[in-house]
Write a protein that binds this ligand. Structure first.
Ligand code: LMR
Length: 390
């Protein structure tokens, strides 16, 4: 039967990991897949994660099954970090542990499909390349609209307004909570307010993807837009990832939260989430979530985590400042937030940057600014100039 299959290309973003490793030029710079690098160029295991792993090694006495919802103490302890301390949200939300933010998106997509198969998903582009395939593979139609003009590095806000105003009641709007991937361009609070008003007026359901909390302006600031939206709407989904802010990438740690109108709806959503998890992965992997839970159960480890996350955030913003200072044409990079910025360039140019300069970025022109050192700014600007990008 497998002769019936068509071969599919490797994911071009993930393929960069191997291509970079295979390059033996000493000056190569990895701005590809979204991982953080410290001043030594390493993607370290965070100090609090090491401490939690040590604690788990000494104290964990069983690895028996937990169930499709995973570690619910992990899910609960994340809530004040994401949603703040107000009890309003806690009563209106249910959550389940998922394999990474991608698992949360996939589970959310299937939940939407089960609840309202005629819902469309509105997706501003460019977006994370995996967003549209995740929703489409859950049999939800994706309606794309232009979100950012890369040439001017500006939000096309009229296009956002048009898309939301012409959506049908019950349609789902995918929103990046902070640190937009791939552009680094987030809505202003005024724009978030307008979006919130449209969501309420047209009875649309926000699906907030929050994968970089703490890496933009700080944990609280990065959660503020999502909290404002959730305060106003009566139904929502939130896909959360601990990959980046706990540096747990390959452990696959995430959660899906659902906000519903009342207790009955919450219980229905919860039982469907558990049933969908069961047929997808049965139970999520435990280790990463146990690490996060252990950190959040300890005031000392939590303080250690917050301090290191703050250092990471400052380093990424320092890299942004260094690149912006190296060329006035890149000044916008200092105003953007999170790991990424997306230059307007062709795939050929991205390929030439790799081949001729050893600078690895996504074919789309997305750069991971957390992958560079401030001292790399000159080389990056020179390469961009040589390839006609500046
Ligand atoms: C990225 O966008 O680089 C990361 O989220 C990794 C991935 O899975 O694509």
């Amino acid at each position: 039967m497998f002769d019936e299959l068509n071969s599919r290309p490797a994911d071009s973003l993930l393929a960069l990991i191997k291509a970079f490793q295979a390059d033996d030029r000493p000056g190569k710079i990895d701005l590809g897949v979204g991982v953080y690098r410290d001043a030594m160029g390493r993607t370290p295991v965070m100090r609090a994660v090491k401490a939690a792993e040590q604690f788990l090694l000494e104290t964990q006495d069983s690895k028996k099954y937990l169930g499709p919802e995973g570690d619910l103490q992990f899910v609960r302890l994340l809530q004040p970090i994401i949603f703040g301390k107000s009890p309003t949200f806690t009563q209106r939300l249910v959550g389940i542990q998922t394999p990474g933010g991608s698992g949360a998106l996939r589970l959310g997509a299937e939940l939407i499909q089960a609840a309202n198969p005629s819902a469309k998903v509105l997706l501003g582009t460019p977006s994370w390349p995996n967003h549209a395939p995740i929703f489409s593979s859950a049999r939800l139609p994706v309606k794309e609209y232009a979100f950012v003009d890369l040439a001017s590095q500006q939000v096309i806000f009229e296009s956002v307004i048009d898309a939301l105003s012409s959506a049908r009641e019950g349609d789902v709007v995918l929103l990046h909570g902070c640190c937009h991937n791939p552009t680094g361009i987030d809505f202003t609070m005024e724009q978030w307010l307008e979006i919130t008003e449209l969501l309420v007026a047209h009875r649309l359901v926000p699906f907030i993807d929050l994968a970089y909390q703490g890496l933009g302006d700080g944990l609280e600031q990065d959660a503020a837009p999502a909290r404002m939206v959730l305060d106003a709407v009566d139904e929502a989904l939130i896909a959360y990832s601990c990959d980046k802010n706990f540096g747990l990438y390959r452990e696959r740690v995430g959660a899906l939260y659902v906000m519903a109108r009342n207790g009955d709806d919450l219980r229905k959503a919860e039982s469907n989430m558990a049933a969908l998890a069961r047929v997808n992965w049965s139970m999520p992997p435990d280790h990463g979530a146990a690490i996060v839970r252990t950190i959040l159960e300890s005031a000392e480890m939590t303080a250690m985590w917050c301090a290191e996350l703050e250092e990471m955030c400052q380093r990424v913003n320092g890299n942004r400042a260094a690149l912006a200072a190296a060329s006035p044409d890149l000044a916008f990079i200092a105003r953007q937030r999170g790991l990424f910025s997306n230059l307007a360039m062709s795939k050929d140019t991205a390929v030439a940057l790799r081949a001729s300069h050893g600078i690895y970025m996504a074919d789309s022109g997305r750069m991971n600014l957390a992958g560079m050192q401030p001292a790399d700014a000159g080389a990056i600007v020179a390469a961009l100039r040589a390839e006609g990008c500046l």
